[in-house]
Write a protein that binds this ligand. Structure first.
Ligand SMILES: [Zn+2]
Ligand SMILES: [Zn+2]
Length: 256
């Protein structure tokens, strides 16, 4: 049981103390727990420049020692990726000794995805009328960035979509998925299975089974597992389901 995607009060959108997260992780029989707080540089992001790595590192070292007999702790990061902020991201990656780095797409065209999707779908009656291509173009730019371990929640746009038949979008953008996943595999990066989608309207983990099948068919062998927890009860959420999927596909699970 490994949960590498957890947000503490070092993220602008979580109020949780690191120690509370560790205690919940132990209560849920996690073997490994990782912190992945937000690293953001977009001026329109409420989390812009919020991350305080020095303070977190100190607290993390204390907790790692204190709970070493009960759980293995790692310090990771979830960086939002936009090409304009590449230098800032790289310099933060160098500044702190992160055990792993998740990179995720949270912005399209400089607009936070939740707003971007709502606006895009506003006047549309069916998913077939919506052009999601810009999402995939920016997703591909993350993969070309290469300097990270885990590609976070690849089909995250589902979270904010008013539509639910995302199988159609998968088919329509399968070329993008293929190219992106080929690059992930070739670069030695890892695809994340993020269970948070199960807590939202889309009622499905990120990524869908179709995408995972494609990853497997293209030679992908390793996935990372994360709940994207922000509050009490979220840790290892839906992991029974995730573990069954992993077993079915015979994936190995990434350890930092
Ligand atoms: Zn994210
Ligand atoms: Zn996250």
């Amino acid at each position: 049981m490994i949960d590498l995607h957890n947000h503490s009060l070092y993220s602008y959108d979580s109020k949780r103390k690191m120690e509370d997260i560790v205690i919940e992780g132990i209560s849920k029989d996690l073997d490994i727990l990782g912190f992945s707080d937000h690293l953001d540089f977009n001026k329109n992001d409420p989390g812009n420049m919020f991350y305080k790595g020095e303070n977190q590192l100190e607290e993390f070292s204390f907790l790692k020692k204190k709970y070493s007999q009960k759980i293995k702790l790692f310090l990771g990061i979830e960086s939002s990726y936009e090409k304009d902020y590449e230098d800032k991201i790289i310099s933060s990656f160098k500044k702190f000794p992160f055990d792993y780095k998740i990179v995720s797409l949270h912005f399209v065209d400089g607009v936070v995805i939740s707003d971007w999707i709502v606006n895009l779908e506003k006047d549309k009656k069916s998913i077939f009328e919506v052009d999601y291509e810009k999402y995939f173009i920016q997703l591909e730019s993350i993969v070309d960035f290469k300097i990270f371990n885990i590609l976070g929640h690849i089909d995250y746009y589902k979270k904010y979509s008013k539509f639910t038949n995302h199988r159609e979008t998968f088919k329509r953008y399968q070329n993008y998925y293929e190219r992106i996943l080929r690059k992930v595999i070739k670069n030695g990066n890892i695809l994340e299975i993020n269970s948070s989608g199960l807590r939202h309207k889309c009622k499905e983990q990120f990524p869908s089974v179709e995408i995972l099948k494609l990853y497997k068919d293209l030679g992908g062998e390793i996935v990372s597992t994360g709940s994207d927890s922000h509050k009490t009860g979220d840790i290892a959420f839906g992991f029974d389901r995730i573990q069954n999927i992993i077993k079915d596909f015979k994936f190995k699970v990434y350890k930092p």
